[in-house]
Design a protein around this ligand. Sequence first.
Ligand SMILES: CC(C)(COP(=O)(O)OP(=O)(O)OC[C@H]1O[C@@H](n2cnc3c(N)ncnc32)[C@H](O[C@H]2O[C@H](COP(=O)(O)OP(=O)(O)OP(=O)(O)O)[C@@H](O)[C@H]2O)[C@@H]1O)[C@@H](O)C(=O)NCCC(=O)NCCS
Ligand SMILES: Nc1ncnc2[nH]cnc12
Length: 285
Amino acid sequence: MKLLPRIQVEGGAEWLARTATQCLIDEARLSPKPGLVDSRGNGAHLDLSLALMERSARSLTPTFQALAQQSWQRPADISLRQTVGRLGREGERQMMLATDGVNTHRGAIWALGLLVSAVAMLGGAGRADAITRTAAELAILPDSAAPKTFSKGLRATHRYRVPGAREEAQQAFPHVMQHALPQLRQSRLNGSNETHARLDALMAIMTSLTDTCVLSRAGMEGLETMQLGARAVLQAGGSAQPEGQRALAELDRRMLALNASPGGAADLLAATLFLDRIETPYIAN
Ligand SMILES: CC(C)(COP(=O)(O)OP(=O)(O)OC[C@H]1O[C@@H](n2cnc3c(N)ncnc32)[C@H](O[C@H]2O[C@H](COP(=O)(O)OP(=O)(O)OP(=O)(O)O)[C@@H](O)[C@H]2O)[C@@H]1O)[C@@H](O)C(=O)NCCC(=O)NCCS
Ligand SMILES: Nc1ncnc2[nH]cnc12
């Protein structure tokens, strides 16, 4: 009997890590995604492939597991923020080792890492709104050990005066909670299959995210192309409809012509799939 809490932590952490990894793999395989790596190919990327994305996702399971173990039933305070930051950076190192130095999942480690920690902080369960609020409590705490380097994302948020990955988490993931999760579930209710429902959820994120990957590669023209194109897909009834499929193919063509890839939106789709599974775990296993 005395061992039960320990078993709960270990079993819960292992399940959360496996689920987070699977959501990264599901996101990578989902097709057709505009500009992104998917089952068809490399999208706008010269240095990425589906095999590399999957290898990267698998390299992150121990990071997610450690995040869950260390966060179990702990409050959002500086001590936990430091632990999560250290584990997140160690995860980035593992990812770079697995990919020979290609940045596949930096934004995903941030978003899913915070969400895995938040579920654990809540004792291994919880509704999506409580989880994202808890993740935000952690994300707004100062990261004293952060390197003082200027990342591509930071440069884009300053240049275009827009929010990026940091703000998305600090605001409790509005693109997941207000756009992607409702769209995922509405498309399922409308009778769409899982692939179309997930593509629609991705479109819902892309209608308004200021994705710093797109901004870095293709500027404001790329961002507007992404947002307008995603709106056109949803206005045509979504990716299950022939007109929506035509709009999606057109968006893919335009994103490739601009060398634009919405890596941040892809990360938030993985985060959406994760929260969806936490709320309905029978889908996952
Ligand atoms: C706070 C951090 C997220 C650091 O953020 P920052 O903006 O300073 O740094 P970036 O390195 O740019 O990483 C941000 C990544 O987040 C994704 N993203 C972009 N826009 C948004 C958005 N609006 N909302 C949410 N997420 C967003 C995106 O990740 C994806 O793209 C990556 C590939 O990007 P890039 O390297 O630019 O690649 P290419 O365009 O292909 O480059 P080239 O080929 O042209 O060279 C890929 O990783 C996707 O995941 C952004 O890149 C956070 O990372 C941090 O502080 N971490 C420290 C550790 C920590 O505290 N962790 C705690 C939780 S575990
Ligand atoms: N499918 C994908 N393609 C390119 N970059 C990504 N970042 C996260 N998922 C991605």
